[in-house]
Design a protein around this ligand. Structure first.
Ligand code: ADP
Ligand code: MG
Length: 678
């Protein structure tokens, strides 16, 4: 078959899992050869040797060199998954967990969910008796520690993408260091795309307590570091002469310039999130239609978390002959996923980052400048298969003098509430004294303790309360959501709470991009109520059930059918969890007041008062008097009630509240007296 030739010559090995489900057209030999051509293959013996002789091995290698997909297979081949043991590999991102697991299953020619499986929150595709290689998010592994503190099922834990320094990765590294003292046979592999590895090596080298005199057998405690040489090609960097104010517009015109002036080759564009990516896809698709007469051939695809399976597969499929694929991605494509065949990179210079301010107690997702390290990674994506070009949508001067060298670890820019509960649940009482890779700020820690105390999750001695604190720790949700569900069970509306929690776990249930904004607003109006977004979701849910869970009904109402199926699934899981925790499951029928009260009992820290009702309403947070606005997507955008509680904030030019309910101010002192004393 012609597809085989793709592997024969030095073209990239396009091996999308979709087309390879049966593996027949390529044959095992083709994939096997592809595996042997990856840079890590040369180091296979060295990696296995280091693993035998060292408790911790740090592997640095460029994106695409085969760390994630190959090393777990080498471990299995070498027997680390024999005798009922399991090799486990963590990723900071859910989408990466799913794609790499599919890819590895395909390379091993096994069905995903059997020998190779994955677990992400609310989705477990493993079989405990069969699964030998398991991919999961670092957050899920942290949760598993609650039931199995020494992770005794696992022979090797590979913490992948450690350079990202996600909050969960940092916690995990601290905890794994502790576990290693109790389980000398446990092996750790820490892999990273950058030399961030050095600080991690130093961390594993130093120990707070003196270790027992090392025996003359057993693995060395000192971490080994191995650098895998990549085979990246040169990438020419182009900067802008003048800064631009609108990176979205600039990205779109740069792609069109590339398409008009440069030889064939796919384009990878880095934007920040679903909003700007969908907008860019739309603009480019429109442009491509205008060009159609004399110059067609643009295939524009988005890539961000929350895409359907089919959309994901398209991104990884080979580019049809004569076409130029343009993938517009978040920084998920920076190092977590390998997209083959990219020759041009367009780098906006921005990404969405979580920032938490302990003074205002506000955490929001902010579009912020990336670091030089990220910019280099992004550029590197253009040189995987042949020399490439990277177009940076900023000036050289800006790169040199304004961009920070490295990003700030998430630990130091996140709300620490979940982190504190998890460590407490693992029996770590002195949290400030924990062996941190990077210490969290004391202010952030104090805020977290304060919030947890007022939620009734910690007591005066900073211990988890029983049962509430322990129940919250068991729930794989934001602690405020968990608290809201527990209150729901006390107030007789837990059924409603878990439905709401399921909706809030998704980005959006509305179909974006199909209808006009006006049509979407009208569709929403069909369900909207003046009590707010959460109650509106309950109405959508009822409508969906009444329609017999019909996809036509969703289509008609501009609701995303896949998202609704996800809501059902998550609700089902939460249902089981709530039962397991011994909480009362009950519905309150039409009583929306009790629903809003239960929500408030979890989210009172997000209470705001109306200051001026022009422009969607300007509010101030009760606690710290920050100016916030109702997001235009909220059903309360034009209603502007006096008192509201929001679910989350997004910041662009100002702070917007997303998912808002109207509340009664008397509830605050009733439900959270400690918090509102002053
Ligand atoms: P690393 O973890 O070092 O960044 P990976 O193990 O993810 O590298 O990828 C190694 C190689 O495997 C890639 O260069 C690519 O050729 C191939 N590959 C990985 N994932 C996929 C996929 N989903 N579809 C097609 N090829 C893939
Ligand atoms: Mg990887």
């Amino acid at each position: 078959p012609s597809s085989l030739s793709v592997l024969e010559d030095d073209e990239p090995g396009f091996l999308p899992f979709s087309t390879l489900a049966s593996n027949s057209s390529y044959g095992y030999g083709g994939l096997e050869r592809h595996r042997q051509r990856l840079p890590v293959f040369k180091y296979r013996t060295a990696i296995l040797y280091l693993l035998e002789t060292h408790a911790t091995t740090i592997i640095v290698g460029e994106t695409g060199s085969g760390k994630t997909t190959q090393i777990p297979q080498y471990l299995k081949e070498a027997g680390w998954a024999d005798g009922g043991r399991v090799v486990v590999c963590t990723q900071p991102r859910r989408l990466a967990v799913q794609t790499v697991a599919s890819r590895v299953a395909e390379e091993m020619d096994v069905k995903l969910g059997e020998e190779v499986g994955y677990t992400i929150r609310f989705e477990d595709l493993t079989k405990s008796a069969v699964t030998r290689i398991k991919f999961l998010t670092d957050g899920v592994l942290l949760r598993e520690m609650m039931d199995d503190p020494l992770l005794s099922k696992y022979s090797v834990v590979m913490v992948d993408e450690a350079h990202e320094r996600s909050l969960s990765t940092d916690m995990l590294l601290g905890l794994l260091k502790k576990i290693q003292r109790r389980r000398p046979e446990l092996r750790l592999i820490i892999s990273s795309a950058t030399i961030e590895a050095k600080s991690i090596a130093a961390f594993f080298n130093q120990s707070k307590k003196k270790l027992p005199a090392s025996r003359d057998f057993g693995p060395s405690r000192e971490p080994a570091i191995l650098s895998v040489e990549g085979r990246g090609y040169d990438v020419q960097i182009h900067f802008l002469e003048e800064p631009v104010s609108n990176y979205l517009q600039a990205a779109v015109s740069t792609v069109l310039d590339i398409h008009n002036q440069e030889p064939m080759g796919d384009v990878l564009v880095f934007l920040t999130g679903q909003d700007d990516i969908d907008a860019a896809v739309q603009m480019l698709t429109d442009e491509a239609q205008n060009l159609a007469a004399h110059r067609s051939g643009l295939l524009v695809l988005p890539l961000y978390a929350g895409l359907s399976r089919a959309e994901q597969e398209l991104v990884f499929s080979p580019t049809p002959r004569g076409k130029r694929k343009v993938v517009i991605a978040t920084n998920i494509a920076e190092t977590s996923l390998t997209l083959e065949g990219m020759v041009y990179v367009v780098d906006s210079g921005f990404s969405k980052q979580r920032f938490y301010n302990p003074i205002t107690d506000i955490e929001s997702l902010v579009v912020a400048p990336i670091s030089k390290a990220s910019a280099r990674q992004r550029a590197g994506r253009a040189g995987r298969v042949r020399p490439g070009k990277c177009f940076r949508l900023y000036t050289e001067e800006y790169f040199e003098s304004e961009m920070p060298l490295e990003g700030i670890p998430e630990m130091q820019r996140s709300n620490l509430v979940s982190c504190v509960i998890q460590l407490k649940a693992l029996g770590i009482d002195n949290i400030l004294g924990f062996d941190w890779l990077a210490s969290p700020s004391p202010e952030g820690m104090i805020r977290a303790l304060e919030v947890l105390y007022s939620l009734g999750i910690l007591d005066e001695d900073s211990k988890l309360t029983s049962p509430t604190g322990f129940q919250v720790a068991e729930m794989p949700l934001d602690p405020m959501l968990s608290r809201m569900i527990i209150s729901g069970s006390q107030f007789g509306c837990s059924e409603e709470m878990i439905i709401i929690a399921a909706f809030l776990s998704l980005q959006s249930i509305w179909v974006i991009g199909r209808g006009t904004q006006k049509e979407l607003d009208e569709a929403k109006q069909g369900f909207a109520v003046a009590e707010g977004d959460h109650i509106t979701y309950l109405n959508v849910y009822k409508g969906f059930l009444l329609s017999g869970k019909s996809s036509q009904w969703c289509h008609k109402n501009l609701i995303n059918y896949q998202a609704m199926k996800k809501v059902l699934e998550i609700r089902e899981q939460l249902h089981k969890l709530v039962q397991r925790l011994g909480l009362v499951l009950k519905s309150c029928g039409q009583d929306t007041q009790v629903v809003r009260k239960a929500i408030t009992s979890g989210f009172f820290a997000h209470a705001c008062r109306l200051e001026s009702s022009s422009h969607g309403g300007m509010y101030k947070t009760i606690r710290t008097s920050q100016e916030v606005y109702i997001h235009p997507s909220s059903v309360l955008f034009r209603v502007t009630p006096k008192w509201v509680v929001y679910h989350s904030l997004v910041s662009t030019d100002c702070q917007y509240m997303r998912n808002v309910i109207a509340v009664d101010s008397s509830w605050f002192t009733e439900l959270a007296p400690h918090f509102f004393q002053i």
